[in-house]
Ligand binder design. Structure first.
Ligand code: ADP
Ligand code: MG
Length: 254
């Protein structure tokens, strides 16, 4: 899936500008990484792509395969194949994981899936992720640990089969072994669905040992200030964002 974000300016409900002239072009099959200090608008970007009502798009556009999605409700965006693995997945009381996923899958594909076939598929995905089988019938994320919640997001990904995947700080909350398992599943999915594009938000280059990005971007104050390859992530880990901050100030006086 092709995604173009063009001069995107987004305010919060209380009219604070969070994304400020944000530009990014993700081509079909590419993996892009965004790094950036806390509070720079990374999660706002991911929620804006899904059409969260928390935010107001003031300017610019988001094009998916050359069609604007800016006025589409969230469910329509999901039907196009856009998927967000949340930074902090919420729990939902009274709805089981399997009920939720089967309903979501039916809504996205427009086809009713037989319960036996669905359970078989879900079981095998749970095994792939080395999750506990009881997760299937438990309420969504209820009493799940931080790491289990993150795995549950990837379980949703595997079942819903998106074409554009946003991973918002997937690595925070996952221990080393779980991170490896989750990344193995993402890589396998990517291999089987080559046209799928990924936007990965992270603080730690460690995840890039398992998932190989095409581009790494640094986001500061609501837009991208520097783009590069994998090395950029390691450079930032060594030197911090300070260096890039100075560069941004310098370039604004050009
Ligand atoms: P990041 O994910 O890069 O750490 P966020 O996108 O979560 O940053 O937040 C960017 C800034 O916008 C922060 O200062 C945050 O407090 C503010 N912000 C985010 N969402 C809202 C909201 N719904 N209402 C008001 N302010 C918000
Ligand atoms: Mg965030």
């Amino acid at each position: 899936m092709n995604i173009i974000m063009k001069e995107l300016t987004v305010n919060s409900a209380d009219n604070k500008t969070i994304l400020n002239n944000f530009n990014l072009n993700i081509k079909s099959g590419e993996i892009h990484v965004i790094m950036g200090p806390n509070g720079t608008g990374k999660s706002t970007l991911s929620k804006t792509i899904l059409g969260s009502s928390e935010y107001k798009v003031k300017k610019g556009d988001i094009l998916v395969n050359n069609t604007s999605i800016i006025n589409m409700p969230t469910d329509e965006r999901a039907r196009l194949g856009i998927f967000l693995a949340n930074q902090s997945p919420i729990s939902i009381e009274g709805v089981s994981n399997s009920e939720f996923l089967r309903t979501a899958l039916t809504n996205i594909t427009g086809q009713k899936i037989g319960i036996y076939q669905f359970m078989k598929e879900m079981n095998s995905c749970i095994k792939d992720l080395e999750m506990n089988q009881s997760m299937m019938h438990r309420a969504i994320n209820q009493d799940f640990s931080g790491g289990e919640r993150k795995k549950n997001e990837i379980l949703q990904m595997k079942i819903l089969k998106p074409k554009f995947i946003i991973l918002d700080e997937l690595d925070s909350g996952l221990d080393v072994d779980s991170l490896k398992i989750v990344c193995k599943n993402i890589n396998k999915y990517k291999k089987e669905h080559q046209e799928t594009s990924i936007l990965m938000i992270t603080h730690y280059p460690r995840i890039l040992e398992y998932i190989n990005p095409d581009y790494v971007h640094v986001m500061i104050n609501g837009h991208i200030v520097k783009s590069g390859k994998k090395d950029l992530a390691f450079e930032i880990e060594k030197k911090g964002y300070e260096v890039i901050n100075t560069m941004e100030e310098a370039s604004s006086y050009e």
